[in-house]
Each structure stands twice: as C-alpha cells, then as structure tokens.
Design a binder for this molecule. Sequence first.
Ligand SMILES: [Zn+2]
Length: 276
Amino acid sequence: MWIINNFILKEKNGVQLYSIPVFTETGLVKHGFSTRIGGISEEPFQTLNLGFHTGDDWETVKENRRLFAQSLSIPLENIVAANQVHGDKIFKAGTSDRGRGAIEQKTVVKETDALITNEPGVALIAFYADCVPIMFLDPVLKVIAIAHAGWKGTVLNISRKTVEQMGDAYSCQPENILAAICPSIGPCHYEVDTPVISQFQENFNKWERVLKLKSDGKAQLDLWEANRMQLVDAGILGKHITVSEICTYCNPELLYSYRYENGKTGRLAGIIMLNN
Ligand SMILES: [Zn+2]
C-alpha cells in the first residue's frame, strides 16, 4: 500500500487500484479507481481494460470487469453503467437498475454522464481514458454520485450540476459532501487549440486560472482546477475536495491515456457503492 498524491494505491488478488482515504474513513462505501494492472487483456489493451467499445475482445472485458468488481467485493450484478456522451445528463439510479450495462450494452443507461443514488447496494460505475472522474459522498444523508467530465462536460458544468442534483433529489447540503477528482489527463499534458480555448473563455469567468496560453496560439488546459472550482462554486468546502493530481499520460505503465496511445487503448473505471 502506497500513499500517492492523496490517493492510496493498493493491490487485491493481483488487481491494483486507487482508493480515497477520506471516503474509506467514513466506513459507508466500497469504492475504487482502477489501473491497468490485474486483468487479462492483451496488447494494446494490457491488461485490465474495462471498456467495451475499445476494439478489445468482449468476453475479455467482461472477465476484467468481474476481476475488478471482485477485488472490491462488489457483486457484478449490482453495477449500473451509463452510455457516456460528454453531455450533462444525470441519472438517479435505484435497486431496479442494478445490472444495467454491467456485462452488456443493450440495457445500459442511455446518454448519461453522471449517476447518483441513495440506495445501498447500487454500484455506480463510469469509464475513462483521460476524462476527469469525480466521485461524491455525502456521509450525513448517505448519498453517492459519480461524474464523467471531459472538456465538453466541464464546459457544461457537470460537476456543479451533479452537486445541485444531489440537493434536489436527496436534500444533500453541499457543505457535507466529500468529493474526489481521480486520475485523468493533467495540465502537464493537455494541450488544446482554438475551439476549446474559446469555449472556456466564453463560459468561465476565471478562465485564466485554467488555461495557460502559449505563443503558438495553443494552450495547456487544467481540467482538475476547472472542476475543483465548479465544486467550490457549488458550495463544497475546499477541505472536502481531494485532487489526486495523478496524470494518465505521465503514467503509461499504470494507467490508460487516450492521447498517449493515439486512441487505441483501454478504459479505466471508477466505482462506488453504499454498503448495505
Ligand atoms: Zn502529465
């Protein structure tokens, strides 16, 4: 077990995964963020690819999902997955949704980029290869959420909207909510050009804090800070936000990066479930 940038990297049955200490300390959830270590996929997906639409063998991905879930003692049939589209739709999942998208696509929750629930035993999962994963836990009212924020979702304020939805659906108070920004593309390796730069300049008051403009007209974009700022705007306390500061591109042995491998790569997953 190693403490790495506010997250803990641990190993169970050969599967290496990150956990968030402040979430663990509540004793309320099972949760984790995967690495590429501990699965059975072959190159270029080696080894724990958890995404179906990657070009990898379907049965292999199913087995990887089983291995990942098992390493956290989460039953595969409790998982709820959405078909992520870089939008801002948030889905309230319940016990009857368990199993949707877990091992096949036809039952997946359609066109959704964040999942929330207050029901124990409902495991919310989302998939990533550079986009920013944000996990939420309200330990007072026992509500959880997971969001998927690429640059488009960030411009659409999906982090802030997820906090608002936790309030609307379950009466969560933002000052009680714990949030964690998991491994994803860091400001060190996220170069963007005009269309993305203008989207941030038009939609973010404090865009100078997340865009570092360069002389060639491009910019380095900091999606971690952009999402952290949204969480603070939504009322979450700064001390309740854990930012992993682990860049997917900087860690090719351990993590998948869409940019590093020119798109042909596996998917990481974040998962969180309230204990029964
Ligand atoms: Zn990096």
